[in-house]
Design a protein around this ligand. Sequence first.
Ligand SMILES: NC(=O)c1ccc[n+]([C@@H]2O[C@H](COP(=O)([O-])OP(=O)(O)OC[C@H]3O[C@@H](n4cnc5c(N)ncnc54)[C@H](O)[C@@H]3O)[C@@H](O)[C@H]2O)c1
Length: 378
Amino acid sequence: MGWMGTVHSRSYRSLIDRFYDAGIAPRLVICADNVENRLTEAQMRFGFEETTLNWLDVINHPEVEAVNITSPNFLHREMCLAAIAAGKHVMCEKPMGTLPEDVAVVYRAAEDAGVMSFTGLNYRWVPLVQYAKNLIDAGELGDITYYYGRFYGNYASDPLGMLNWRFLKEKAGTGVLGDLMPHVADMAHFLVGPITRLTSTRHTMIKERPLPVPGRGTHFSKGQPGDPTGQVTNEDYVGTMVEFANGARGTLEISRTIVGPKVENRFELYGTKGAIKWNFETMDELEIYLPDGSVARDGFSQLLAGPEVPFYERFQPGPGNNMSYDDLKVIEAYHFLKSIVDGEQLEPSFKAAYAFAQVHEAIMRSWESGVWEDVRDV
Ligand SMILES: NC(=O)c1ccc[n+]([C@@H]2O[C@H](COP(=O)([O-])OP(=O)(O)OC[C@H]3O[C@@H](n4cnc5c(N)ncnc54)[C@H](O)[C@@H]3O)[C@@H](O)[C@H]2O)c1
């Protein structure tokens, strides 16, 4: 019941409103956290019927049909496998484990058990990203030639940002590679297709941080000058050059310590007939270049999201009334529950998480070898 636990809980409540015509009404049966006051708060905010300090109680509860996992990464594998073994459908935040092997094991377990799965690759759900995907699929941009994806986040740019689980190899696995790259690589997979080869570099810019106070704060919490510090054991920055199966070339870059951008998750996509650019910080704007031979159209124009692009009208009645991050999680929760209700797996499921795990593994191999590496089965 940290940041994502509250966002996901809110989403299940909101979808009854935003997707009122879907015939899906989730019941928030029971939530778990190992910090007691987060449970009391969650019950007051979201109306959970029961709470527990032991997450196994959630999985074993006879009335729970779907389990939603938003704990730190090192608990994902164990929690997912327990939920799958109990025959429950599972939504798990990215990355689904500290290592690519964890994701492979969880993906295969869910496939074998025949349960529905879903993962938090939420930027796919931005209405203008969905619109961009439709433009690409309709061939409006021609063949895709080049893709630039990046996530420049500033959540760790202050050296006083606390040394929480995210900065520790044994709790998070990799640093930004597991935290931000799933979003960037998944967007590339979604819009361009599979990545086949890559070469990568990494860097840890801030090597020590103040020790956290147990149970206090989420990943935005800060310490004080002079607080005792500990070592950061995973990377702050990853830069990767990639080749796609369709022949396109690209660059994927991520940082959590950049100064200036806040959540600059952006892409530029170039085709033989046109181009598009998008940035999450202004997520309801899409820059489009679709020349028609006239001088007036020989430049980028800006499209503002409105009711004609997917999902927008569920949140706002008229163009230019901005949507928010939390709205994406409502669309995500809807697709997870729709998979269960219809008995048909929608994406991004654990299959999409596994596709990223293969990229994750190849990136780590490239850090060691210092050369280009193929993306392969994990
Ligand atoms: N999709 C996205 O955009 C996005 C954004 C942020 C985080 N995430 C992912 O969500 C997950 C959670 O991140 P967060 O930012 O919410 O972290 P957080 O630290 O805010 O929350 C984690 C929660 O887990 C609880 N917890 C820890 N150990 C526990 C245990 N043994 N039993 C029960 N509860 C326990 C903590 O008390 C805390 O409330 C991570 O995997 C992260 O990568 C995804």
